[in-house]
Unconditional design. Structure first.
Length: 220
C-alpha cells in the first residue's frame, strides 16, 4: 500500500518563510556591524559598552535562528508521527463521535448516551436523505447501543452503505433531553489532505480527533 502526503507541507512552508525573514535580518545586522568596525574613527573608537551590547544582540539573533530551526524540526516530526500513527488505524474497528454508520452484512450500529430517562424517536436516513427506518421507545439514562438490521419499516432489505441516525428525546414532562451519538466501523483508508488525518469508514469520514475507541476487527 502506498501512502502519499504524509508530510506537513503547510507547516514547512510557514517555517521556511520565518527562517528566511530572520536570516535576512541577521545578515543585515552582521553587515552593519562589520561596516561600523571598518569605518570607525581611530581617534574616537566605538564605545566598549555599545560594542558589547551589539555583540549580545548579534548572539541573540543567531540563537533565535537555531531555535526556529529546532522548532521547525519538531513540528515536522510531530506531523509525520501523527500521520504515521493514523495509518495504523486501517483495518481496525473504531468508534467516533458522529451520526453516520456503515451498514455491513446486515448490521449498522451507533453508540448513544441519554442524560435522563426519556421517550426517544429514532430515524435512520440513507445517503440521499430519505428516511428508511423509524422507531419510538423508552430509554433509561446512560449509554447504550442501537443496532439496525438493515430492514426498513416495510421489511425490505436496504443495500449496504452509509446511513445517518437522528435521535430526538423528551422526558415525561415533554422537555427535550440531549442525546449524543457515536458511530462504529472498520477503517479502510486515511485522508491526509486536511489539517488533521481523516479516517475513511466506507463512505463516511471520521476526524481522528473524534475517535473514542479502537479495537481489533474480529476475523470474519
Amino acid at each position: 500500500m502506498t501512502v502519499s502526503g504524509v508530510g506537513s507541507s503547510s507547516a514547512s512552508s510557514a517555517s521556511a518563510v520565518d527562517h528566511a525573514s530572520i536570516a535576512s535580518n541577521f545578515d543585515t545586522f552582521l553587515q552593519l556591524l562589520t561596516t561600523q568596525l571598518k569605518n570607525q574613527n581611530p581617534l574616537d573608537p566605538l564605545d566598549t559598552n555599545q560594542f558589547t551590547q551589539q555583540l549580545v544582540e548579534f548572539s541573540g539573533v543567531e540563537q533565535q535562528l537555531k531555535t526556529n530551526d529546532f522548532l521547525a524540526s519538531l513540528v515536522t516530526a510531530n506531523a509525520n508521527t501523527i500521520n504515521s500513527n493514523a495509518v495504523g488505524y486501517i483495518g481496525k474497528t473504531v468508534t467516533a463521535s458522529g451520526t453516520r454508520s456503515e451498514l455491513v452484512n446486515g448490521k449498522a450500529q451507533w453508540q448513544f448516551n441519554v442524560k435522563d430517562a426519556a421517550t426517544v424517536t429514532v430515524n435512520i436516513k440513507d445517503a440521499n436523505g430519505n428516511t428508511v427506518y423509524s422507531e419510538k421507545g423508552t430509554m433509561q439514562a446512560g449509554t447504550g447501543t442501537f443496532t439496525w438490521d438493515g430492514l426498513d419499516n416495510q421489511g425490505n432489505v436496504k443495500p449496504p452503505g452509509t446511513y445517518t441516525i437522528s435521535m430526538q428525546a423528551v422526558d415525561p414532562e415533554g422537555k427535550s433531553v440531549n442525546v449524543s451519538t457515536e458511530t462504529t466501523g472498520i477503517v479502510t483508508g486515511v485522508d491526509f489532505t486536511g489539517s488533521e488525518p481523516v479516517l475513511l469508514v466506507g463512505n463516511a469520514r471520521l476526524n481522528i480527533s473524534g475517535v473514542t475507541s479502537v479495537k481489533q476487527t474480529p476475523a470474519s
